[in-house]
Design a protein around this ligand. Structure first.
Ligand code: SAM
Length: 332
């Protein structure tokens, strides 16, 4: 069984990139009234605690969402609109998280709208001034679909524990048939739903890449999906790490999109060096995930400008040392 649990990583810099992009894509797609189908092929547990044992162990949110929040101190409402969640990760009494307000860089005069939207959305899951709950992709998607009766959300999660937690969290939304939790392989499970009856869909593919075969499976899934349904919007998150499969993935996705003559966008965010370091005792220190990317096929035309502004600020405020970088490129 897989050992990856997203609760260790919730709110890290990769989630900042992925969830900012997801929100921007959905904001655009929900402007039309026509029914929308959203598929989350690797959904996770849905809600996470930033003050729980998992998040505390890794401290990743402190270098991601919480660091950004501290730098940009959103002025928007933090009224708690979320249902009482069953977030993953046991509650702990103190937080190692960054405290809002503490930052070295000056707050910019204007926060990029897509980044502000992301910060406001996460804040809406918490009581004013509190930063304990972090929404995963299923809840971010639901947040945008909740006023739209005809939309449908399908959530695939293969891990029994996470699927159970996700099911319990989703049950509290009383969303009826509009949301389905499927404890099955998302790479395979997507096939039976494409093309969707309304011919409007977003597919988020966010594997853990815990096993090497996830890389080719992403490419295979998308190759099949665009044949079944060429006009869907497809968003893949991927890690940027020094291993050949990871390096090849965005290149293979570009080749696929170009071959099918479909528009694409590739956005990356780097916050630190990928080189091994050493601690004071001379022991090797692994840097953790230094960078990641999102590749979108059939992106909204507004996405490039929105992400360029957002990632410029995210790179500035999430950088560890001098290794900040972002890139947003597009084709077709
Ligand atoms: N998309 C989530 C979010 O943004 O909040 C995070 C998902 S996490 C990166 C990846 C999840 O995929 C894990 O919970 C893992 O158990 C699950 N998973 C791994 N292989 C899978 C598969 N073949 N099908 C469905 N889920 C899978």
């Amino acid at each position: 069984m897989f050992s990856y649990r997203h609760a260790f990583h919730a709110g890290n810099h990769a989630d900042v990139l992925k969830h900012t992009a997801l929100l921007a894509v959905l904001r655009h797609m929900t402007q039309k009234d026509t029914a929308l189908n959203v598929f989350d092929t690797h959904a996770g547990a849905g809600l996470y605690r930033l003050d729980g044992d998992y998040a505390q162990t890794s401290g990743e949110a402190a270098d991601g969402y919480l660091k950004l929040l501290a730098a940009l101190a959103p002025s928007a409402s933090t009224e708690n609109k979320a249902p009482a969640p069953t977030p993953q990760g046991q509650a702990a009494t103190n937080s190692a998280a960054a405290k809002p307000g503490a930052t070295k860089s000056a707050k910019p005069a204007t926060v990029a709208p897509a980044l502000q939207d992301y910060l406001d959305l996460v804040a809406s899951f918490n009581k004013a001034g509190s930063h304990k709950v972090y929404p995963g992709s299923p809840f971010i998607i639901h947040h945008l679909l909740q006023e739209r009766d005809r939309d449908r959300l399908k959530l695939f999660e293969i891990h029994p524990t996470d699927a159970k937690t996700l099911g319990a969290n989703i049950a509290q939304l009383n969303a009826g048939r509009s949301i389905a939790v499927l404890q099955e392989d998302g790479f395979e499970g997507l096939k039976k739903f494409l093309p969707p009856p309304s011919r409007r869909a977003l597919v988020l593919c966010d594997p853990s890449y815990e096993i090497k075969s996830d890389y080719p499976r992403v490419v295979d899934m998308l190759t099949d999906a665009v044949k079944r349904f060429a006009t869907g919007t497809y968003m893949v998150w991927y890690p940027i790490i020094p291993r050949p499969e990871a390096h090849d993935l965005p290149r293979k996705l570009k080749t696929l999109a170009n071959r099918e003559k479909l528009p694409w966008l590739n956005a990356t965010l780097t916050v630190k060096s990928s080189k091994l370091g050493h601690d004071e005792a001379g022991e090797v220190v692994r840097p953790g995930l230094p960078a990641s990317g999102v590749f979108v096929i059939n992106p909204p035309h507004t996405l490039k400008a929105a992400l360029t502004a957002a990632l410029s600020q995210a790179a500035q405020f999430l950088a560890q040392g001098k290794h900040k970088a972002f890139e947003v490129e597009s084709g077709n």
